[in-house]
Design a protein around this ligand. Structure first.
Ligand SMILES: Nc1ncnc2c1ncn2[C@@H]1O[C@H](COP(=O)(O)OP(=O)(O)OP(=O)(O)O)[C@@H](O)[C@H]1O
Ligand SMILES: [Mg+2]
Length: 261
């Protein structure tokens, strides 16, 4: 059974996609069978893996529609999941994913479409990573229902703390109403300049509020992390020796330990 990890924060630009791609590649380079699911209609995880969304004939959108209609996805899965491009497999998205929320709004099982879809794949992978959009719409809720673990990436600024508190409230609501098994794997500080007092005091605040064990090893600011997606590459492909690759490497080791591997 795959360990399903969702990477979420309602704040835009908080490092969700960067972290999803690099954690997926890091786990895959450690020998794990990994699927990265792009659950964002911005399709940035897809683009960051070097795939052009509008050229795709099939994407997560079609698969979720088949599930919503109670149909089999077996054949469509084979033609949709992109293999061989990276060390990990990719379930890509296109812009049309944004329409799904309205199209399935009346369906009874609308909250479990992602869970049902991933159950079809679960035996093929050790880890499934889901990259969420900033909006907490139906696809995000579906992903929180499907997952075992939540990673919340945050920039260490005081304004980000509000978004972090909101995400933790969302976790509690999902636990109470939809998925009691979802757990916080950790809060992931990203784009950190650890020399600044601001970063240090925000990290201290996270430790005080959530416990030291919920603080994942931080990812420092590294321009190479911002450059890599424009080449369709993970940081391990783009610049294996850089700061960003070292930090994501350390993070992956911590995720393997925390998720019980
Ligand atoms: N550690 C880092 N150092 C430097 N730049 C970074 C780092 N992490 C992310 N970035 C850059 O910050 C921007 C936002 O990151 P990213 O796209 O991962 O955020 P996101 O949370 O997925 O955004 P959205 O909410 O729009 O989906 C991107 O330009 C990315 O390249
Ligand atoms: Mg993103």
């Amino acid at each position: 059974m795959a360990t399903i990890i969702v990477v979420a924060n309602r704040k835009g630009g908080s490092g969700k996609t960067t972290s999803s791609i690099n954690i997926a590649d890091g786990l895959a380079r450690d020998g794990k069978r990994v699927l990265l699911v792009d659950a964002d209609s911005q399709a940035q995880a897809t683009i960051g893996c070097g795939i052009i969304p509008y050229q795709l004939e099939s994407s997560i959108y079609e698969l979720l529609h088949l599930i919503a209609a109670g149909l089999s996805v077996k054949e469509e899965l084979k033609s949709t999941i992109i293999k061989g491009q990276k060390h990990f497999d990719l379930l890509p998205a296109r812009a049309d994913l944004s329409a799904l929320e309205i199209e399935v709004a009346e369906i009874d099982n609308r909250h479990v479409l992602m869970k049902d879809l991933l159950m079809e794949l679960d035996y093929l992978y050790d880890y499934i990573l889901i990259d969420l959009p900033p909006a907490l719409g139906l696809i995000s809720v579906n992903s929180l229902v499907a997952a075992r673990w939540l990673i919340i990436p945050v920039e260490p600024t005081f304004l980000s703390m509000d978004g972090l508190a909101q995400m933790v409230q969302i976790l509690y609501r999902v636990n109470a109403e939809l998925n009691p098994d979802l757990r916080l794997l950790g809060i992931l500080p990203v784009k950190c300049d650890l020399r600044t007092n601001l970063a240090k005091s925000v990290l201290d605040e996270i430790k005080q509020n959530f416990g030291e064990d919920k603080l994942l090893p931080p990812i420092r600011n590294d321009i190479k992390l911002a450059e890599a997606p424009s080449f369709g590459q993970s940081i391990f492909e783009y610049s294996a020796g850089c700061r960003g690759a070292m930090d994501y490497g350390t993070l992956v080791t911590s995720i393997l330990t925390r998720s019980g591997e």
